[in-house]
Design a protein around this ligand. Structure first.
Ligand SMILES: *Cc1c(COP(=O)(O)O)cnc(C)c1O
Length: 370
């Protein structure tokens, strides 16, 4: 037996900020109606699934993946209408790209800045790599507090700013004019995270040529490919060729490359699913808005944020009835009593509403539907 225990070695060797972390918790969703993770509820049509099966069957999984999948990147460039001086960087989900960006600018004293509440990975990744993170609170209605943002930019001189557009977990899209003022004032890189682009009314891709410090990040996760893990960053080649050096050579596997390319050839199928989801988002919004004692927030994403008293009890009531959503209560103070539900297929949404009504009457809130 070794004289030292693993427990004491762990305590002495692992960085204290890592010891203090709570790992990103993904609940076991087996058997639930799963409306917690912004997934697209739909598979692609059978004929396309069979084509994908054939492609996967013939894939050379004995070989390392193509480290520079040009035809996949060209398809993305074409889809986004990128000019010639811009390129595409592929990531194992956009989470990996957030990490890569932060690592690239992490000089001593460099700051990464975002708003709060927003996507938690910006702050988590800053912690992972020991980079200083500054979170600027949003206004009470979850819009940008432009004055506070401009003051923080002036004070902190951030090397990197992340803005989720639309924002997660609030669902709203920020004022484009406010975002432009932030990009213009920023001394460093501004990354507009368009994870929900398929459900939103606006994009900063057309503005890329206007600002030397702007990059746009997207992912296919919310558009029906969460299982593939494929995100991408677009912008000036001058930026991307530096970031490319940090990318691990085989970060996107053989199968995701092939399947994503096939799905992009059928982008219209995915976009039609997104249209259906947007349509069902409006219906779900109306149903939630009709419940008295419940406040639902406008969304340009594939989820809705709502506030209700005793949110944790309501969340547990939903869970007991087989519906899993996201409980945000107890996290950021601005999200007290907030829950987030992903827009599912119509029958899932109806089961959610029925379970919600029952859970509300359990906690003494008689649902008062119009
Ligand atoms: C879901 C999400 C991502 C991460 O997407 P992956 O590509 O699955 O890693 C990034 N940003 C925001 C705002 C998100 O909501």
């Amino acid at each position: 037996m070794s004289p030292v225990s693993a427990a004491s070695l762990v305590q002495s060797l692992i960085r204290p900020e890592i010891l203090a972390l709570h790992g990103y918790h993904v609940p076991d969703s087996g058997g639930y109606i799963k409306l917690d993770a912004m997934e697209n509820p739909y598979l692609v049509p059978d004929a396309l699934r069979e084509e994908i099966a054939a492609i996967v069957g013939n894939a050379q999984i004995n070989r390392y993946p193509n480290p520079n999948p040009t035809s996949l990147k060209q398809k993305i460039s074409a889809l986004l209408n990128l000019p010639d001086d811009m390129s595409v960087l592929l990531g194992n989900g956009s989470d990996e790209l957030i990490q890569l960006l932060a690592m690239a600018v992490n000089k001593p004293d460099a700051v990464v800045l975002s708003v709060e509440p927003s996507f938690v990975m910006y702050k988590m990744i800053a912690t992972f790599i020991d980079m200083r993170y500054v979170g600027v609170p949003l206004a009470a209605d979850f819009s940008l507090d432009l004055a506070a943002m401009l003051a923080a930019i002036e004070r902190e001189q951030p090397a990197l700013i992340f803005l989720a557009y639309p924002n997660n977990p609030t669902g709203n899209i920020f004022s484009a004019d406010d975002v432009r003022q932030i990009i213009a004032a920023a001394p460093g890189l501004v990354v507009i995270d368009e994870a929900y682009y398929a459900f939103a009314s606006d994009s900063f891709v057309p503005q890329l040529s206007e600002y030397p410090n702007l990059l746009v990040m997207r992912t296919f996760s919310k558009l029906g490919m969460a299982g593939l893990r494929l995100g991408f960053l677009v912008g000036s080649t001058l930026w991307l060729e530096q970031l490319e050096k940090l990318r691990l050579p085989y970060n996107v596997g053989v199968l995701p490359q092939l399947v994503a390319e096939k799905l992009l050839d059928n982008h219209d199928v995915l976009l039609a699913q997104a249209e259906q989801i947007k349509f069902d988002r409006s219906a779900l919004y109306q149903q939630l808005a009709a419940i008295s004692g419940l406040q639902v927030f406008a969304s340009e994403a594939n989820f809705l944020l709502f506030r209700v008293v005793n949110a944790t009890d309501v969340f547990n009531g939903l869970k007991q009835r087989g519906v899993l959503i996201k409980n945000l209560n107890g996290g950021h103070p601005m999200l007290t009593d907030c829950l987030r539900v992903t827009v599912g297929a119509p029958e899932e949404n109806q089961k959610f509403i029925a379970a919600l009504q029952e859970s509300l009457s359990d906690v003494g809130l008689a649902p008062d539907l119009q």
